[in-house]
Design a protein around this ligand. Structure first.
Ligand SMILES: Cc1cc2nc3c(=O)[nH]c(=O)nc-3n(C[C@H](O)[C@H](O)[C@H](O)COP(=O)(O)OP(=O)(O)OC[C@H]3O[C@@H](n4cnc5c(N)ncnc54)[C@H](O)[C@@H]3O)c2cc1C
Length: 421
């Protein structure tokens, strides 16, 4: 059997691409070493972030950088191995964080973000996933006036890009979330047209089921090699759990392997400044004393607490480390000390916290588009902090590209060729 398209990766991004292609009459095979939505798309905070019109830049002021250096912050930590390994990508990220460059990046990035909820909605309706999504927004809460004022300025600017928000006093926050202790907070922002998913992995799996219901195929196997023969046919060789090797053929291949993507692109001659930004999560059992209805982001401490199927999920900010580095729970432990003053968190659900890596590009934008030197090879990765948000919007774009249709978003800013590839 020769497929029209093989999609490698069944996270939110790969699954959404496969769904759109299958819906548009391609015969699609998805290959992943795990079941759909079991890696980064499993452990995230589950926000579909219509408010995320600003990609996360590095701090530029010396005072801010000096605060990061002692490596004791709750929002960002680093390991020297990562600074060494990804020095070039990190340096580019830092240079791309200058105000001039950032303005352009933000404008380009917003062209994708503005479609995030409407594109998810298409897939939510088609796959019957309504029960997984809360559409009442989420709260970003502040401890100091200076930081709150700055956030309000950004929110005002974001409103011109279609973001809906409302400022809330601690009393108003308390009315929404009576179990939360807002004593140390001076106010918050209600991001009203963003959504929250109560089980991110299950949403990916529901999209994947919808894909299979359209006769799409998913196989669990580790992709070992990707080759194109003289006739232009792709041959993707995989190893399954029993060590058996199989080769599948297709007209097109899409690499959507999240933070692992460069492991697959490099043998084909394409390297990218992609680096992982790790985050941890831990669930806590829910009872009457800690039940919450909205996700809350403690903005100045950099962690989020969200109501999930599994319990209250506490997700950490960023740890710059290498992809396979052993877990280090220091940041999570520091976060939990603070979070427990905000919400009673008595009993952890798992014995060990989860960790996963946001796939980050040096210019804060994903790579979405064709490879320069191989016809019918496509890339879709590097969505960083918002890959869960942007999967469906990316899926639609890749489908339109492969089928040579007019594109609903200008894809030039996301081209692989911007890195000289
Ligand atoms: C703590 C944390 C919180 C976050 N919160 C949010 C949030 O609230 N909202 C948001 O939008 N984003 C959030 N993100 C980011 C988001 O989770 C990621 O951007 C997104 O999941 C990336 O999706 P993906 O499909 O590109 O990658 P993944 O979900 O990682 O999928 C890649 C897949 O490729 C497969 N793969 C890799 N190599 C191979 C191979 N050789 N053979 C076969 N399969 C392979 C993997 O098994 C994996 O399933 C968060 C991330 C973290 C870590």
């Amino acid at each position: 059997m020769q497929y029209d398209v093989i999609v490698i990766g069944s996270g939110m991004v790969g699954t959404s691409i496969a769904w759109h292609l299958q819906k548009n009459n391609s015969k699609v095979l998805v290959l992943d070493k795990k079941a759909p939505g079991e890696e980064t798309s499993y452990g995230n905070a589950g926000l579909i972030q219509r408010e995320a019109v600003y990609p996360k830049a590095f701090p530029r002021q010396m005072s801010e950088i000096l605060k990061v250096l002692p490596n004791t912050r709750t929002d960002i930590r680093y390991r020297w191995s990562a600074l060494f390994n990804y020095q070039s990508a990190l340096y580019q990220y830092w240079t791309n964080s200058t105000p001039n460059k950032l303005t352009k990046i933000e404008d380009e990035w917003a062209t994708l973000i503005e479609h995030c909820t409407s594109e998810h909605d298409v897939m939510i309706q088609a796959s019957g996933a309504d029960d997984l999504v809360r559409k009442g927004g989420w709260f970003e809460i502040y401890r100091t006036q200076e930081k709150f004022d700055y956030a309000i300025k950004l929110a005002e600017r974001a409103a011109s890009k279609g973001v809906q928000y409302k400022l809330l006093t601690p009393e108003e926050l308390k009315a929404y979330e009576p179990n939360v202790n807002f004593d140390e907070f001076i106010g918050g922002i209600h991001w009203q047209n963003s959504w929250q998913v109560k089980n991110p992995s299950r949403l990916v799996k529901t999209y994947a089921k919808s894909f299979e219901a359209m006769q799409g195929e998913i196989k669990q196997a580790n992709v070992k090699t990707i080759e194109q023969n003289d006739e232009g046919i792709w041959q993707v060789t995989v190893e399954n759990n029993s060590g058996e090797m199989t080769t599948y053929t297709s007209n097109h291949v899409v690499i959507a392997a999240g933070p692992w993507s460069t492991e697959l692109t490099r043998p084909l001659g394409y390297d990218f400044p992609l680096f992982p930004m790790r985050g941890y999560h831990q669930h806590f059992k829910v009872d009457e004393a800690n039940r919450i209805g909205h996700s809350l982001f403690d903005a100045e401490k950099g962690y989020l607490m969200g109501p999930m199927d599994q319990g209250i999920r506490i997700t950490t900010g960023a740890e710059m480390t290498t992809l396979n580095a052993p877990k280090n729970f220091g940041q999570l432990e520091a976060v939990l000390k603070i979070a427990k003053n905000v919400l009673p968190l008595e009993e952890a659900v798992e014995s060990e916290a989860w960790c996963g890596s946001r796939p980050c590009m040096s210019d804060m934008k994903p790579v979405i588009g064709p490879a320069a030197r191989h016809p019918n090879l496509w890339f879709a990765f590097g969505h960083a902090h918002q890959g869960f948000t942007l999967g469906p919007a990316t899926g639609r774009l890749v489908q339109e590209m492969i089928n040579d249709k007019p594109l609903y978003v200008d894809a030039t800013p996301f081209s692989a060729q911007r890195f000289g590839n």
